[in-house]
Ligand binder design. Sequence first.
Ligand code: G6P
Length: 617
Amino acid sequence: MCGIVGYIGNKKATPILLDGLLSLEYRGYDSAGIATIENDVIKVMKDKGRVKNLENLDGIHDLIGTVGIAHTRWATHGKPCRENSHPHMDNSNTFAVVHNGIIENYIELKEFLISKGYTFLSQTDTEVIPNLIHYYYTNGPVSVLKDSLEKFLGSVKSAVNDLKGSYAIEVISPICPNEVIVVRKDSPLVIGKGGGENYIASDIPAILKYTKEFYLLDDNEFAVISKDIVKFYDSSLTEHSKPIKNIEWDSNAADKCGYEDYMLKEIFEQPTAIRETIGSRFRLGEKCSFDDIDISKEYLKSINNIYIVACGTAMHAGLVGKTLIENLCKIPTTVDIASEFRYRDPIIDEHTLCIYISQSGETADTIAALKLAKSKGAKTLAISNVIGSSITREADYTIYTHAGPEIAVASTKAYTSQVALIAILAMYFAEILGSSDEKTILDLKTDMIDLPTKIEKILDNVEPIKEFAQKIYTEKDMFFLGRNMDYNVALEGSLKLKEISYIHSEAYAAGELKHGPIALIENGVTVIGIITNPNLVEKSISNLQEVITRGAKTLVITNQILTNSHFDYVINIPETNPLLSPILSIIPMQLLSYYISKFKGLDVDKPRNLAKSVTVE
Ligand code: G6P
């Protein structure tokens, strides 16, 4: 939610800032703005709308400042309009601020500042920040300091001390025109190290084309960034050093590489993402191993139950993970939505393992849910796609999906990689515990190795899916039905459709249909059935037959031979171990949603009202 970019060096900041904002637009695209310093004056240009709109503002390319901050917004406080766009300045135009997060006590702070004579131009929570900095710079304890940088940093710290909520903040001021000050708490911020220049961004891909060396700012940590040096300070402004991280991602990974949309590119990247996620974590004839974690048999034996906690698509991957873990490890496993888990006092203790799945590693509810489990003595394991993301820094153990940057708001390759990684984790636990026989695990490994080729096979034949999309893209409601893992994947298929096509859809466990939802089935309604479990074929067919009888149009995604059925369309996918089938059966549903969205002429990568990284509650 909201993207932040910053630059300081010898080049004109504006093109670099605009370029970074374009890469970060998936975090929010209601409005955008930049601020640079020119001849000791802050120049701000901002407006509602997308970054393209900002790029076309009169005079924006005439900005010559070599230090600047920028922002793309997902509105929380105040509608999208120029006044509410970032950067925001204090009343004296001395400090410009961009902010990602939410200041929960901004009303109280605003009242305080108004009582001191400050006025406000926007409805945002953010505007209190530059004014508070100004207040402390002129009235607070730091106002007596002589050194302007020390005074600048001290006043940012005093202002931040007053904030409740989450924030990643960049501040510039003509008082110190050669520095950018940043600080974060519960919102991401990274600093990219260049030669004689430095970059700042909400996430790594936004500035990956400029550098592969990154500092990952911690919660409550400040950095003072000049073109040649970055200095780090803790919350009491004691300076410390910080290791640099080399990021291996290929910078092309953040480009469309000839695809019309990131989502399509990411769907087609799934064979590679699965191959990379498997990596060297297992080979046939060898046990699974993780470089990143080492879990003992004693510890696993002491576990009574497992929680898998996540949001959105990651939660759907968790549902598949539950079956994998229970099946292979025989440990009772519960899946919960992070925003629910954190407020319902879950029964967990040191005998509970809590697994948190988050592509971005920055989802506010998932991080809070992890902190809660830690405070109750449980061990926590994070599954993330982003190296060094907040969740990985909080968790006791971290394992990474190697899907590469996922840019489209609707998650695709992250989902299949998450499912693949949990499958490997479940096999790893099972091998340590001896809870599954060797043949079961060997068969699963063999099938996993074949998955990328099988995904390629599905991707080689997208035409029937496109044709079906063309037939149904004007519909208003759709249903997805499945049993067991086919139900889990139906939930994800339905979410994909809602997210990018704005078609209302529901996913139901096929057996539950008769308990209410069947009342919604009428002539012409589209029902998508998923049938991959050989033990449940007959039962699933019967459920679909019931909707056909009531006039539904059916599309079935299956790896079984379906005899005596009367479906309108059948998409055949390759067979695999039923425990892995979601990795294959989701692909036609991803493609179907994609093509429906295209036929409707929608912006696939940036669906309305959504943001990829949900860093607020
Ligand atoms: C948002 C995204 C979803 C994602 C969810 C959880 O809603 O649009 O695609 O599944 O957040 O994100 P995470 O980064 O924690 O996996």
